[in-house]
Structure formats: C-alpha cells, structure tokens
Write a protein that binds this ligand. Structure first.
Ligand code: MD3
Ligand code: FE
Length: 218
C-alpha cells in the first residue's frame, strides 16, 4: 500500500478532519543547516524560556522562544500572544525569509504569518494532546517545520475523545494544518533520540507559523 493510501485508510478509521498535509523532506539538508544557523542567532537574541501551565505553574517539558511580530507565551496568568519576550522584555526577532517563503507557497490565499513559535524538545520532552485556539482567527492554516530528531506526532479530531492517528515527523518535514484540521487535537508523544545529526547536542526543534489577528478586510 502506498503511504498516501495508508494515510487515507487510517484517516477514515480515525475520522480525521480534512486539511492536514504532510510534506516529508520539504527542506533538504543544506536548507535545514542554513535555517538552524539563523535560529541560533534568533535564540541568542530571544533566549529559550520554560513556559508554565496557567494556574498550576507546572513547567512544560518543552522550552520555547518566538520570532515574528507576536510570540506565544504561557505563564500562571494564562496563554497569550505578546510582542515582547517575557524575560528580556525585548521585541521578538524577525522571521527568517525561508519560512515566510514556504508560507507564501503553501498558503497563497492566507494573510502573512505574525508568529513563529519555536519549540525545543530535549530527548525526554513531550507535548500533551491539545488544540491551538489562542489565535483570533482560525481561517489561516498553521505551518510546522521539524528539525533534528524524529518525533512521534499524534492528531485526532475536534473532540479530545476522538480516535487519533500517529505519524513520525522527521527533520526537514513540513506539515500544514488547515481547514477542519486547524482545530484538531494534537500532540507529541515522544522523540526518537539519535535519529538526526542536524543538531550537535541532539533534540528537536519545531517551528509553527501562525496568523494571530484577523486580517484587514480587502
Ligand atoms: C494540528 N507543536 O506548537 S507541530 C504547538 O511538534 C504544537 O512542537 C507540535 O503542537 C510540535 O502548538 C506539533 C504540528 C502541528 C502544529 C499545529 C497544529 C499540528 C497541528 C494545529 C492544529 C492541528
Ligand atoms: Fe499545537
């Protein structure tokens, strides 16, 4: 069975929402290395921080930063997008043009992305099943770029209890979450340490480009 056929079969079983596209190896090794070099400069200006859960203050296992005009943060007060780094108080660095170029190619009808969330996973980090709903608009897709070690990604439906489908996201893979998939529950169950040589000290970086505010009507 071809991979696309397998996904189509599994999608019916899991009643997966439409609008999920996986583009394995969209970035070649050279493009991945160039992007990591840009991210190192971004992280030097906007250091990774450890977000905590609203109310409980329980730390995430993933460390984060952002680039673009807005960045996603989580602290005891809640989840939100803000224009400044929560620790340094400085504006987020600009988004690399390679990322905005991929957005323009894959989401030509969407307004430009405003936020690029940078998630860094050490070998034991994971991300529980959740929906992304802190944006003021869900019309635009979310675009994800994976770098470094392979991760086991899980995506379900619009209800937490819906059946889920698992697939691996590897270095250079791009995923586009549009349409009904935009509000699907999803998470990262685990990493496969040592599966990539891209990041000297191992681990995984995931970038998610998002439109946050409603675009100006034209
Ligand atoms: C499906 N990140 O940052 S990327 C997140 O690999 C997040 O770090 C994961 O979930 C990671 O919120 C998954 C793939 C992804 C991103 C956004 C989605 C899948 C999505 C939004 C809606 C549905
Ligand atoms: Fe998410």
């Amino acid at each position: 069975m071809t991979p696309d056929k397998a996904v189509a079969t599994q999608r019916r079983k899991a009643a997966l929402p439409q609008g999920f596209r996986h583009l394995p190896g969209r970035l070649d090794r050279q493009a991945q290395e160039a992007l990591v070099a840009e991210l190192r400069i971004i992280i030097a200006e906007a250091p990774l921080f450890t977000p905590v859960m609203p109310r409980t203050g329980k730390p995430f296992s993933v460390r984060m930063s952002n680039c673009g005009s807005l960045g996603w943060v989580s602290d005891v007060r809640g989840y939100r997008y803000q224009p400044m780094h929560p620790v340094t108080g400085r504006p987020w660095p600009a988004m690399p043009s390679v990322l905005t170029d991929i957005w323009a190619e894959l989401a030509p009808d969407a307004p430009p992305p405003e936020a690029c969330l940078i998630n860094f996973y050490g070998e034991d980090a994971r991300m529980g099943l959740h929906q992304d709903r802190d944006e003021a608009t869900f019309d635009a897709p979310v675009l994800s770029v994976s770098l470094g070690d392979t991760a086991l990604f899980r995506i379900g439906g619009l209800e937490r209890s819906d059946p889920t489908l698992s697939l691996k996201l590897s270095s250079g893979d791009v995923a586009l979450l549009g349409g009904a998939a935009r509000l699907a529950f999803h998470g990262i169950d685990r990493l496969y340490p040592g599966t990539s040589t891209l990041l000297k000290d191992g681990g995984r970086i995931n970038l998610t480009l998002r439109r946050v505010t409603k675009p100006e009507k034209t």
